[in-house]
Write a protein that binds this ligand. Structure first.
Ligand SMILES: Nc1ncnc2[nH]cnc12
Length: 338
């Protein structure tokens, strides 16, 4: 793939991931705050937007067909990659449930704090699974982003919602921590799948894999919804939703779209960058989500949140500066070899 195209894809996917990472948790929290109760429904909505992926795949097919003629294959994905994507999708489904459980029980600020530990898990698994190499800038960035999380941890006791028992709060805390660890594993596992694939990984194939992962996660969560009788609760919930019935369905639609941005962005950044970069972007934007939660849901704003925003900015700048230096060095050595 041409370098320019790969860079454009990286920018596009960073933007998708950023939108999803900030908007997804906020819309999910809005659902719970205004009367939504379905944890399985919420987790299902994280991946239920998979049919949207048909659109870019159709464009890709029509484009190839114009070049290659009527014999063009509809899909690239072969059975081994299909199976690997379906298994990762099941893990994503479990992760979605753990995450939605956390969103239902905790303020967004506390949730974001716990999720920021995900970067440490991603670093560890990226090292183990894909032998990720670290520069001093990456290490500095990961360190700063984690310090940001620790600073936030200092205020969590005052973030405890008044109407919630200690047990509910604790279970929310540990389920979110489990989601963080699991997704910290899923990101490098996707990178490993790209590396071990016995076929060329193109961007179209990445979208196909994302569709299979999301479909498999949605099947898992739909079974959870059926078992917990959440499907039949939807019209009832809609009629009682504090913002009105039509807003309820709009929230559901927006959830599906924003979360699809998140997952498409994450797998796309892994394709054109690395799982570590996906983890860094997710961690770096958490303070933005928190600040917006303060603005929209009137969660408390403590000075720790401001410090964490600054540390995150510093951490991200450090990473991107390091990448810039690395690219410059690579270009210089390519020129010297030519
Ligand atoms: N299911 C999920 N959705 C969004 N962010 C996450 N971080 C960990 N799990 C997540």
């Amino acid at each position: 793939m041409r370098k320019g195209l790969k860079r454009s894809l990286l920018v596009l996917n960073c933007a998708l991931l950023a939108f999803g990472n900030v908007g997804g948790p906020l819309i999910m929290k809005l659902y719970f705050l205004k009367g939504g109760k379905g944890v399985w429904t919420s987790s299902c909505l994280e991946t239920a937007g998979w049919p949207f992926m048909v659109m870019p795949l159709t464009f890709s097919y029509l484009y190839r067909r114009r070049k290659e003629g009527p014999g063009t294959e509809l899909f690239f994905i072969k059975p081994p990659l299909f199976l690997a994507s379906a298994v990762i999708g099941l893990l994503t489904g479990v992760d979605d449930f753990l995450y939605a459980y956390g969103v239902a029980r905790l303020p967004v600020s506390t949730l974001a704090l716990i999720i920021s530990t995900q970067l440490a898990f991603t670093v560890a698994f990226a090292f183990l699974l894909v032998k990720q190499k670290f520069t001093s800038f990456t290490i500095n960035s990961v360190f700063l982003l984690n310090i940001g999380a620790v600073v936030l941890a200092l205020h969590t006791s005052s973030d405890h919602p008044a109407n919630e028992s200690n047990r509910q709060y604790c279970s929310g805390f540990f389920m979110t921590l489990a989601a963080s660890a699991l997704y910290g594993f899923v990101l490098p596992a996707i990178e490993l799948t790209y590396k071990k694939a016995k076929q060329t990984i193109s961007y179209s194939l990445v979208i196909e894999m994302q569709m299979v992962m999301s479909f498999s996660a949605t099947v898992f969560c739909t079974i959870g919804m059926l078992f917990h009788k959440e499907v039949e609760a939807i019209p009832r919930e809609a009629s009682k939703f504090e913002l009105g019935q039509s807003t309820y369905y709009l929230v559901i639609l927006l959830s599906a779209i924003l979360w699809q941005f998140f997952f498409m962005g994450a797998v796309g950044v892994i394709f054109s960058g690395s799982s570590l970069l996906s983890g860094i972007i997710i961690a770096a934007l958490l303070p933005v989500t928190e600040s917006l939660a303060v603005l929209f849901f009137h969660e408390k704003f403590q000075v720790e949140k401001a410090i964490s925003v600054v540390l995150s900015l510093w951490g991200s700048l450090s990473y991107f500066y390091g990448e810039l230096q690395k690219n410059k060095k690579n270009q210089a050595s390519e020129r010297a070899m030519a």
